[in-house]
Design a protein around this ligand. Structure first.
Ligand code: GGG
Length: 353
């Protein structure tokens, strides 16, 4: 019997609507080969434009509409004139939190055929994963603003780290490291951040005791950022808090050649709720509407979705085709130094599937 998966498609803003159709094309091609089908429900107007029109990026029952889906594929959020915290807290973050997607997995690879701006980032040698905490930490609603508009105006933002929240993330990261290269680096800043980061370090040390097969170390976030550039090949699994993980994975994507390539999986590891897959890049209003966005971040995210849905061979077909098109063809989108449109690049990639 053919397995069918119910997929929610949320293009969002800007180039989000341009990179999801290529991902869909690739998914459908793979479904035919590997014997599964995908039925899509599109939520085309869940966006900043909807916010400007109706005061909310999604309907009041939006989360309930997604609840029965097997996975969510999202494009990007962000729109000129809408504050970025509105677009993030109006769509992305409610989905991550409502569906307990507490792991944000962001793989980084330097592919052959890509010119990294970083000297030490040689193809085949750089292949690591940032495991970002996705539900708490610095992305917190605790705090407030007082005395708006007065000279004594004040803003306070609390970071929230819970034993349960950090421990479940660390267990995921250590387990992943024991299945991969057996190395884990924890991003910290316990020399400067005096409460939350020493707690984070303590929990890493505690959990590490249950994973003696994993060699682990910790680096302050400033030194770690420098090492991502200077020695990117030394990393295997990097575990980080919400904010640190977001910054590190954008940096790592740039080291790998372009943020346009980088994928992300927002995972609910228990599978009680749908997980969400999205390229790391944002809505790129500067190039939106021109049909020149790099679809690789969305296509690689679709591969992560297939892996999560139980089709690892189909997921591998996609990552192999990405590696082949970059190594064997000179068709590239503009972010990678080429002139190809999104559609031309997608056609070329599909030829390698
Ligand atoms: N492709 C997802 C997207 O638009 N992300 C924009 C962004 O700023 N994300 C920040 C985050 O992931 O926390």
């Amino acid at each position: 019997m053919t397995t069918n998966h119910r997929i929610a498609l949320i293009p969002g803003d800007g180039i989000g609507a341009e990179v999801l159709p290529p991902a869909q094309q690739v998914l459908d091609a793979l479904g035919r080969r590997h014997g599964f089908t995908l039925s899509y429900t599109s939520y085309d107007d869940w966006s900043c434009e909807r916010y400007l029109r109706e005061g909310a990026m999604m309907p009041a029952d939006g989360i309930d509409q997604l609840r029965d889906k097997d996975a969510i594929l999202l494009g990007a959020v962000g729109y000129p004139g809408v504050p970025d915290h509105v677009s993030l807290w109006g769509l992305l973050i409610p989905i991550r939190r409502s569906f307990r997607q507490y792991v944000n997995l962001r793989p980084i690879r330097v592919f052959e055929g890509i010119d990294s701006p970083v000297r030490g980032a040689r193809p085949g040698e750089v292949d690591f994963v940032v495991v970002r905490e996705n539900m708490e930490g610095e992305y917190s609603e605790v705090g407030g603003r007082l005395n708006r508009g007065f000279p004594d105006e004040i803003a306070v933002q609390e970071a929230v780290f819970t034993r349960a929240g950090v421990t479940r993330l660390l267990d995921y990261a250590f387990t992943l490291a024991s299945r991969r290269g057996g190395r884990l680096t924890s991003a910290t800043k316990s020399n400067g951040i005096v409460h939350t980061m020493p707690f984070w370090d303590q929990l890493v040390t505690e959990r590490a005791a249950s994973f003696p097969q994993v060699a682990w170390d910790q680096e302050h976030i400033d030194a770690l950022a420098a090492k991502f550039v200077l020695e990117p090949a030394r990393f295997d699994v990097v575990v980080a808090s919400n904010l640190f993980g977001d910054i590190l994975s954008d940096l790592a994507a740039a080291v790998a050649g372009s943020i346009g390539i980088a994928p992300a999986a927002n995972l609910n590891p228990e599978r009680d709720f749908p997980s969400m897959f999205e390229p790391v890049h944002g809505s790129a209003p500067d190039i939106a509407g021109q049909g020149i966005a790099n679809p690789l971040g969305a296509i690689w995210s679709a591969a992560m979705m297939l892996d999560h849905l139980g089709h690892p061979a189909a997921a591998r077909d996609i990552t192999d085709a990405i590696a082949s098109v970059l190594a064997k063809s000179d068709v590239r989108t503009r972010d990678l130094g080429g002139t190809a449109t999104t559609a031309e690049f997608t056609d070329r990639l599909i030829a390698f599937l």
